[in-house]
Design a protein around this ligand. Sequence first.
Ligand SMILES: C[S@@+](CC[C@H](N)C(=O)[O-])C[C@H]1O[C@@H](n2cnc3c(N)ncnc32)[C@H](O)[C@@H]1O
Length: 390
Amino acid sequence: MTPSARVQAAIEILDLVIEAARSNGAPADRIIADWFRARRFAGSKDRRAVRELTYRAIRACGEVPETGRAAMLRVAQENPDIAELFDGSRHAPAAISADEPVAARGAAPYWLMMRLANSGIDAEAAAHMLDRAPLDIRLNTLKGTPDDLPEGAEKTQAVNGWRYPPDTRIEPTEAYASGAIEVQDTGSQLTCEVVAAAPGETVVDLCAGAGGKTLALAASMANTGRLIACDSDRTRLSRLAPRAERAGTLPIETLLLNPGKEPAGLSGLVGAADAVLVDAPCSGTGTWRRNPEARWRLTDTQILRYAATQARLLDIAASLVKPDGRLVFVTCSLLDAEGADQAEGFLARNPGWQAEAIALPAGTPRGAGLRLSPGQDGTDGFFVARFKRL
Ligand SMILES: C[S@@+](CC[C@H](N)C(=O)[O-])C[C@H]1O[C@@H](n2cnc3c(N)ncnc32)[C@H](O)[C@@H]1O
């Protein structure tokens, strides 16, 4: 493909991404993969270049753009080398006319910028939420040592965290194949450190998904004790077993929960856990670095729904904690509705509990917890709070 044809391809893909954002359709990654599946003539360099152009345009536009062309014109307006490629030649985008619409630059839709501002995230901090994320890995101490790390790693703030440049391909390495390393954002690793899961303990990961944090908890427990991974999504939870095997963890118990009827599924664990992690479902505003088009899809109603689920899961989780145990609440969001307000709400509803100070080498205190942010900490955005009984 010529450079101009790549720009036109990105415009066509952006039209599909915009349509999908409006109709809750497929994510951008899938749209890009499908687009190329139907165009076998494109080589790997073409794919990389088109993908890069598409994401550049997605990152540049805060509001959902009218069209893919308007989105790419935003990039062109700031990059003369791309503007030049709008030359009207075969397979190229038509020449730019002076009066055509150009999407506005921005970090997020206006209503979300307001919500972020009310949560203490100013425009500069919001812009960092769209930075390109590096590749962070966690050294799996059950399987490897720093000597096993592929070359070029830089240490991060997490105890076992290491960093490579964005787009590093780690999967083909021996360290990855052997389970000595796991791909995991440093912020995510740090929230696991707050759980401080220790050998011999009983630990419940209430919203384990495919087990990203569960595996870190298993390593922290040095594979001794009881670890129970719960989730309401059967498919996600089923991905944990092969990952755990590769990582060499202790056998992890899994518990599929029925949404709305979680207490019934958890009845055998009431008062049994030294630590419960609630890595609650949330809007994911802290993960826009990896998933920038998510900000075009989010609605206020969804945030309210997530917040209600978070409060419910926190209260359920509290019932599982032993009298001297701890409860850790995490969301990958920078919105107070899913962070500081949740912690405050939990303490108001549960007067027998108090928040504990969190000592991490990163993050900023926010309400009763701590917030990690892309701008300040170079991690995905997270809120984490730790509670214990009075
Ligand atoms: C932020 S994700 C968890 C990510 C995971 N802990 C990790 O580190 O990879 C939130 C999870 O909560 C799960 N979830 C949603 N509603 C739930 C419920 N009522 N009970 C338990 N899990 C739920 C979702 O299926 C999703 O996997």
